[in-house]
Design a protein around this ligand. Structure first.
Ligand code: OAD
Length: 241
């Protein structure tokens, strides 16, 4: 069902992926030279891999944690943070659902951010479930500061695990008046299915991506270009209109 992108917008759900952080210097997963070309998912991003070779998995996330430390938010993160600051009022809710484990949305100042695939700068105890802000390497990290039972693991969602915040995301999608997807290939579910869910409910859908993605056919409109250019343009359009 085609929906009207020009009708007045109220509640917005924005899904972001690795493409929004690419211009900040953080590797994407599936572009040329992406992370999954250099590492096998089965070796570093599943619970089975962690059981088999915890040090290898820890080293992979230690590398990713240290890789984001010196990176800065780009114009796309800043534009979404501005939208988050200014988009308030009756039926003007907003939720930024990110698949990214970096903290660039927060460092740009966005508050309404949900990390559905977890956060690189957080550590999780699989014994007591406590979470701990974490900036150092975990490979030789201590036992859980809360229960002392287990070595901490990265607080990220691995393949085969349930993404975080699904109830909140589903609720936001149900009351959305606009769904926007930014910088994601549409290859990983359940995030890849949000556009179909929105479209089937008659919610207008907009894609902002460097190139057409696997999900492009579902969107009412796809705008192609670098996130640092097309996201600020879209935000200004929305706030100015
Ligand atoms: P991908 O690497 O699959 O896709 C990145 C998307 O961003 C591609 O469609 C690119 O065309 C686009 N892109 C690249 N540079 C861009 C730019 N400057 N501006 C706009 N778009 C750009 O990354 P994700 O879709 O985020 O999950 O991957 C989804 C999930 O797959 C990740 O969260 C991760 C991965 O496996 C887990 O680890 C559980």
């Amino acid at each position: 069902m085609a929906s009207d992108l020009n009708r007045p917008v109220g509640n917005i759900v924005i899904l972001t992926g690795a493409g929004i952080s690419a211009e900040s210097g953080i590797d994407t997963f599936r572009n040329g030279g992406g992370l999954w070309e250099k590492h096998r998912v089965e070796d570093v991003a599943t619970p089975q891999a962690f059981r088999r070779d915890p040090d290898l998995v820890q080293r992979f996330y230690d590398m990713r944690r240290s890789a984001i430390a010196d990176k800065q938010p780009n114009a796309a993160h800043h534009a979404l943070a501005k939208l988050d600051r200014e988009w308030h009022g009756e039926r003007r809710d907003l939720l930024i659902v990110t698949q990214n484990v970096d903290d660039l949305h927060e460092r740009a100042g966005a508050k309404r951010v949900l990390h559905m695939h977890g956060e690189a700068l957080s550590a999780l105890c699989s014994s007591c479930g406590s979470r701990h802000p974490w900036r150092d390497d975990l490979q030789h990290g201590p036992a859980c500061p809360s229960c002392g039972e287990q070595r901490l693991r990265p607080d990220v969602v691995w393949f085969g695990e349930m993404p975080y915040g699904m109830d909140r995301i589903e609720a936001a999608l149900r009351k959305a008046d606009l769904f926007v997807s930014i910088g994601t290939s549409g290859a990983v579910y359940p995030a890849a299915g949000f556009v179909a869910q929105a479209a089937q409910a008659g919610v207008p859908t907009l894609e902002l991506n460097l190139e057409r993605s696997e999900g492009s056919d579902w969107f009412d409109e796809s705008r192609l270009g670098a996130a640092s250019r097309i996201v600020p343009e879209w935000v200004e359009e929305l706030l100015g209109g």
